[in-house]
Design a protein around this ligand. Structure first.
Ligand SMILES: [Fe+2]
Length: 398
């Protein structure tokens, strides 16, 4: 009998998860570090802002910790110097763990820096693996404990990282087994002080991850369930988090707490979903917009979602259509109960982005002159590694 794995769908994620009740994350970090020394990577303002940094210092102790400040948008040209510094700290030691506390860019940077354990120089890692698009599977690496302070990136449960070169306007996706974090520690309280724009962009990134996992050639039954729940979570909780932020006049503390927790869970579910599917067309469209227009990742990868959803619904398979109907079922029910005509899923999505999330979906706001140029952007994006994951990529490229 001839055996074939064609058509077999798999789900795999090795990251251990700790969920901590509001404010109890320090104990989990201590437990995760154990007897090892910690290399703490976090955002540059952490030391000045006191609280988080002081708490970590108190928890870990100075003799057990080296602190590395991560730049706001890590650039490959800064990776080189940081790699040398990290390598000096981790060289010939197997009792080190990197603790990455921050948003997606901090966790992504920590994953790349974790390769400093390897004997391979950064230049070789960059030219032979990262820039060449090869998987990073067998490089020895320092374990990473990821502690996200935003709800959206999903990087804490994925085996990839983004590397940007702002000078030559390029972006690479690094991926491979060596990049799975050892553990993720999730505590919604860590995102409580996020500025409104960061909260919104992070949540939109998670929304985009969930849609991209569904219209994806790599979808599987587990990623589908996670993606639908994630999308529903963002649609439900982001408006409350925005409305109840006390810095903008919100005063319902309980509703805010529940909604922030809901966004954290949605972000995690989206991360788990796309940890197995990768992203797809909307992300492939976004990279040029972020590099050329400076648009934040969350807005850049979500403004196109209604248009891509319409494309997917017009031509994709009925199982995908049913999942999108499920995501917007509450909106449809509300319209029916109010005696209004239920709208198409992409219409609800566009309304949500414009009115609830406050993000424009107008092409000209992203440096795109109109529908003709947008179609050209789609054609270009379909040749991108991520664009090829779009369910209709093969059909549209014909
Ligand atoms: Fe993303």
């Amino acid at each position: 009998m001839r055996l074939s794995s064609a058509g077999v769908k798999r789900f795999y994620n090795p990251v251990r998860l700790n969920f901590t009740e509001w404010g109890n994350w320090e104990t989990s970090i201590l437990e995760a570090v154990g007897n090892r020394k910690a290399l703490l990577m976090t955002y540059p303002q952490a030391e000045a802002s006191g609280g988080l940094f002081s708490n970590l210092r108190a928890v870990l102790g100075d003799d057990k910790m080296l602190w590395v400040a991560c730049p706001e948008l890590p650039d490959v040209n800064e990776h080189r110097g940081m790699h040398r510094r990290v390598r000096n700290f981790v060289r010939d030691r197997d009792d080190i763990v990197i603790v990455a506390v921050g948003g997606g860019s901090v966790i992504d940077l920590a994953k790349v820096m974790s390769l400093a354990r390897s004997q391979v120089d950064f230049e070789d890692i960059f030219t032979e693996r990262i820039a060449a698009g090869k998987h990073i599977d067998r490089l020895s690496h320092v374990p990473v404990v990821a502690v996200p302070t935003t709800a959206g990136t999903g990087s804490e449960v994925t085996p990839w990282a983004a590397v940007w070169d702002t000078q030559s306007k390029k972006k690479w996706s690094v991926q491979g087994r060596s990049l799975w974090p050892e553990r993720a520690i999730l505590d919604p309280s860590l995102s409580a002080s996020c500025p409104r724009e960061v909260t919104r962009n992070s949540a939109l990134d998670a929304l985009s991850h969930s849609f991209e996992a569904i219209w994806n050639v790599n979808h599987n039954p587990v990623s589908d369930v996670l993606a639908v729940a994630a999308a529903k979570g963002v649609l439900r909780h982001l408006p409350t988090v925005i409305a109840q932020d006390p810095r903008d006049g919100g005063d319902d503390e309980k509703a805010l707490l529940l909604a922030r927790t809901g966004l954290s869970v949605a972000s995690l579910r989206a991360g788990l979903a796309f940890s197995n599917t990768e992203t797809a067309l909307a992300h492939a469209i976004s990279y040029r917009i972020t590099i050329e227009q400076g648009v934040k990742h969350g807005a850049a990868c979500s403004f196109s979602l209604p248009r891509v959803l319409r494309l997917a619904l017009e031509q994709a398979d009925p199982t995908r259509d049913a999942l999108f109907q499920e995501i917007f079922s509450d909106f449809m029910t509300a319209d029916k109960l109010a005696g209004r005509r239920p709208r198409e899923p992409y219409e609800y999505l566009e309304h949500f982005l414009n009115e609830d999330a406050g993000v424009s979906t107008a092409l000209e706001d992203y440096g795109i002159s109109g529908e003709v140029e947008f179609q050209e952007r789609i054609r270009q994006a379909l040749w991108h590694r991520r664009g090829r994951n779009f369910l209709l990529a093969a059909h549209l490229k014909r």
